[in-house]
Design a protein around this ligand. Structure first.
Ligand SMILES: Cc1cc2nc3c(=O)[nH]c(=O)nc-3n(C[C@H](O)[C@H](O)[C@H](O)COP(=O)(O)OP(=O)(O)OC[C@H]3O[C@@H](n4cnc5c(N)ncnc54)[C@H](O)[C@@H]3O)c2cc1C
Ligand code: SF4
Length: 877
């Protein structure tokens, strides 16, 4: 039992037992051992007032983290869902009766009865029975293949149902939980559709433009969305299993599995049966102290209707548990207004909504950033005094944690709202960081921990990892949405104190990327699951999954869409194409060194014409074909592969291009054949996955027409051979490359490059460019030369061998995809429906098609949709 100040909540601490309480142990019965029931027991034990606590739970195991339940689909690991301090049930004063349901309350005798017929007397009774999923009245909707999504057993049933041959799944309900359930179905390998009755996704939290941006992200994951569809009945096959859904408008949708996620209903039947009042919309009626009209009966969590209102989030439940624990320990306190902010937990989809997100407060003003190219929609709602009333962040929710704090704290924003989302010209980052928050702000609302408490916990470097911070303060152990902010706060404090910061890849792996890379390499780990099993915890996240996917691809070069690797990929890698602002994809075939035959140019033109793709020559000497629908990608690539093209990896953190000038082949100044070398290098390093994308160039003389010195590795011809430059960068923070070696002959150049690239991919941090990697290394160029040219670490043979393995194992990802029907099957938008997405609309500009901007939709009454191929409508010039 922990009673340190760090784990004892302020209310409970303030309500330390009086002598009277200690001398008369009271019997507290808690009905319901879910997240909030557990929090209550934990707090009661921490209060240390000598209560005798009996907890009933009708699930077969102690409370677990329901918020992270979805991770169970991938891991099937119950232990990974452990809540803070599971050992409270070993305390001598606590008795947990799992698999035991309370069926009646006798308030006169102060006794509860279980389904096994046993009676338990109480002095104080706390109802923490949570909610049950609401199953809408769908005809024939209760039977095999139809599921709810609430407990581990529910997920076991769902997994068993999928295992019995399901290929398609539908989630009824496009709210927060529905999308999570859809992601789970997708993880299980089903083609998944979300059906929502309202006009858009997450109707409770988002407005229409934000929901449109979210829809694009969700569809990019391969999840189909149908809004404004009311489900009428489940059509069943002869064997009784679902075959389709029929909607109110008479249309149908084929499916083998149905998951309901249409809301929840409080499990308030015990209270109703014993005559306690319930709220208009259900839930046990309690006041702000969480007490019912019976002074000895309390209610907390999703079953409680505080002042008539129930909440489906864990944060308000934890606040209620704190109040009841404090009051049962002789203290006081009332629950504050509930914080209803939400953050979606889908891999790769950033969505957050908080406060008055829909700007219903009188005189509220909105600052909106809408970047259709990046599918980012952000909105801040502010009042006249510059206070943040609420907001919505879709596509980029990095600022959520800090903004959310300003909303909760009610302090005026420290800068113009727009600069909190977008950097001012010349600034590297938005003007908002953890340092801007006052100490008094509550950074973790679930556990009620302030920034000041986090700072106190980390002071002097006592705590250096997020896991330690969680254990000491409970931050991030509820809904988990504050974890990033708390990590940043901790790092900020440590760095300010001159203490080295833990650079673990993420909370699931207590290792740096470099350490993990070494583990994968030396222990020959082949899958994410194997790595997690041996060296990690939990189920992984959007940080570690793609990072590990990249390491596995660098080392073993297995196809990124193989069953074990596909779920780890970011959106672009998932479809081997770049997602663009209208939800279509761009196609970039490799054109090594920019050298292309006339025949290939013609094929590119033919494909672009046939699929009405917008074409553009890129800065890296390739042709980018824009506007392909997901389902068109395989046909387009088949045509390109037949013409000798292969994947240009424009979607991946991998080698992109080796640009070249024409060198001695045509140029009168050239001193070496820069094109031939660039082709050789591009073919050698194609497909090499790396922490960040890699670009390169070769110039035929010091006039530098290929701009080799702004590249990750660049080569410039000399009279005697080649000069090699490394760690340059174009982009937002340009950096001139540094000279690594001079006058190399071609085989030596290739050897040094093999070493350089392999050394970088092994030792860089996640998403670290060569330029930042180089700047971070203390030894500078001298050290790099010693390692790569003089073999000071004795690793050069190994680095060269690793590159030789890469070169030998290279296969074109698109050719391999097309050869495998299971992989091709991923490239489908609407499985049973060829109708083009009605949201796609284009104008013609300078003779080509481009997606409309939202303001153009209103101006132009008739716009061309993508159709199945050519666009007929010609709007514009
Ligand atoms: C998949 C999923 C994802 C979620 N994600 C989030 C999120 O991101 N953020 C967030 O804030 N919230 C989220 N939630 C909601 C969050 O899990 C709940 O708010 C929280 O679990 C409520 O806790 P509770 O203790 O009130 O209810 P529960 O956790 O449901 O616990 C109630 C317990 O009481 C038991 N019980 C009921 N009746 C009896 C009886 N008569 N006798 C004995 N036992 C009984 C039930 O079996 C259950 O074990 C999510 C929920 C799900 C299902
Ligand atoms: S870099 Fe030199 S060789 Fe290449 S095109 Fe320019 S002038 Fe010619």
């Amino acid at each position: 039992m922990k009673t340190s100040p760090a784990t004892t909540p302020p209310e409970t601490a303030g309500a330390r037992a009086t002598a009277a309480h200690r001398s008369s142990p009271r019997r507290v019965v808690v009905v319901g051992n879910g997240m909030v029931g557990h929090e209550l027991v934990r707090r009661l034990v921490a209060a240390d007032v000598g209560h005798r606590i009996v907890v009933f739970g009708d699930e077969p195991r102690p409370a677990y983290d329901r918020v992270r339940l979805s991770s169970y689909v991938a891991t099937r690991d119950v232990t990974a869902l452990a809540l803070a301090e599971p050992e409270v049930y070993e305390h001598p004063d606590v008795q947990l009766r799992s698999a035991s349901r309370v069926v009646a309350i006798d308030r006169d005798r102060q006794v509860v009865r279980t389904d096994q017929g046993a009676d338990e007397a109480y002095d104080e009774l706390v109802l923490a029975t949570g909610s049950r999923p609401f199953v809408p009245p769908v005809g024939d909707g209760d039977g095999p293949g139809c599921h709810v999504y609430r407990t581990i057993e529910d997920l076991d049933d769902l997994v068993a149902s999928v295992a019995s041959g399901a290929r398609r799944g539908v989630v009824i309900g496009g709210g927060l939980l529905g999308l999570e359930a859809a992601e789970a179905l997708r993880t299980l390998g089903l083609h998944t559709t979300v059906v929502e009755f309202a006009p858009h996704l997450m109707p409770a939290q988002l407005d229409a433009p934000a929901a449109a941006a979210l829809r694009r992200h969700v569809e990019a994951l391969g999840i189909e969305v149908r809004t404004e569809h009311a489900t009428k009945r489940v059509v069943r096959a002869a064997d009784g299993r679902p075959r389709a859904l029929e909607f109110a408008d008479g249309t149908t949708l084929d499916t083998d599995v149905v998951v309901y996620s249409a809301g929840i209903r409080p499990r308030d039947e015990l209270a109703r049966d014993c005559g306690l009042p319930v709220g208009e919309r259900g839930g046990v009626l309690v006041d702000r102290t969480c007490r019912t009209e019976d002074p000895h009966v309390w209610a907390v969590g999703e079953v409680a209707a505080v002042d008539g209102v129930t909440h489906g989030l864990v944060g308000p439940g934890y606040a209620q548990a704190r109040v009841v624990a404090a009051r049962l320990a002789g203290g006081d306190g009332e629950v504050p207004d509930a914080d209803l902010s939400t953050k979606l937990k889908l891999l790769g989809v950033d969505v957050a909504s908080f406060g008055d997100a829909k700007a219903t407060t009188p005189a509220a003003r909105c600052v909106v950033v809408d970047d259709p190219v990046a599918a980012v929609h952000q909105k801040l709602v502010v009042d006249d005094d510059g206070r943040l009333l609420g907001g919505i962040l879709v596509g980029d929710a990095d600022a959520y944690a800090v903004l959310h704090q300003f909303h909760l704290g009610g302090e005026p924003l420290p800068a113009a709202p727009i600069t909190l989302l977008q950097p001012a010209a010349g600034d590297a980052a938005p003007a908002l960081g953890p340092a801007a928050l006052p100490d008094s702000c509550t950074v973790c609302t679930c556990s009620n921990v302030t920034k000041g408490e986090v700072r106190a916990a980390t002071a002097g470097g006592r705590i250096t990892t997020l896991a330690q911070l969680k254990a000491a303060t409970n931050v991030g152990t509820g809904c988990g949405s504050c974890a990033t902010l708390c990590q940043r706060l901790m790092e900020h404090e440590l760095e300010a104190a001159g203490i080295e910061v833990d650079r673990s890849l993420c909370e699931h792996f207590p290792h740096t990327r470099q350490e993990l890379f070494d583990i994968v390499r030396t222990r020959r780990v082949r899958t994410f699951a194997e790595l997690l099993d041996g060296w990690g915890t939990g189920s992984g996240c959007a940080t570690c999954k793609p990072a590990v996917a990249s390491m596995l691809a660098t080392l073993w070069n297995e196809h990124v869409l193989d069953a074990a690797h596909a779920p780890l990929q970011d959106t672009n890698d998932r479809y081997l194409a770049n997602l663009q602002r209208d939800g279509t994809y761009s196609v970039v075939p490799r054109v090594p060194a920019g050298e292309i035959t006339p025949r290939q140019l013609i094929v590119l033109g033919e494909v672009a014409t046939e699929f009405d793709l917008y074409t553009k020559i890129t800065g890296g000497q390739r042709v980018d074909l824009f506007g392909a629908r997901l389902d068109q990608l395989p046909s387009i690539w088949q045509r390109l592969i037949d013409a000798g093209f292969e994947s240009g990896h424009a979607y991946g953190k991998a080698l992109r291009t080796v640009k070249s000038c024409v060198g001695t082949a045509w140029c009168r100044y050239g001193v070496q054949d820069s094109t031939a070398l660039a082709v050789q290098l591009e073919l050698r390093y194609r497909g090499l996955r790396s922490p960040h994308k890699l670009k390169s160039a070769v110039s035929g003389c010091s006039r530098e027409c290929a701009e080799a010195q702004s590249k990750d590795f660049g080569v410039i011809a000399t009279e005697k051979g080649w000069n090699l430059y490394v760690c340059g960068n174009g982009g937002m923070r340009p950096r001139h490359a540094d000279l690594l070696a001079e006058d190399l002959d071609t085989p030596t150049l290739v050897r040094v490059l093999d070493r350089f690239l392999m050394f970088y991919v092994r030792t860089a941090d996640k998403l670290e460019r060569t330029s930042t990697w180089f700047e971070r290394r203390e030894g500078g160029m001298e050290e790099l030369r010693a390692i790569l040219l003089d073999d000071s670490l004795g690793i050069c043979d190994e680095l060269e061998a690793a590159m030789a393995d890469h070169v030998a194992s290279y296969t074109d990802e698109w050719a391999a995809t097309l050869a495998d029907p299971q992989k091709v099957a991923r490239f489908r938008h609407f499985v049973n429906d060829d109708t083009p997405d009605p949201d796609l609309a284009y104008v013609r500009e300078r003779g080509q098609r481009r997606p409309v901007f939202d303001h153009e939709r209103e101006l132009l009454p008739v716009l061309a949709t993508s159709g199945t191929g050519r666009s007929d409508g010609q709007v514009g010039g």
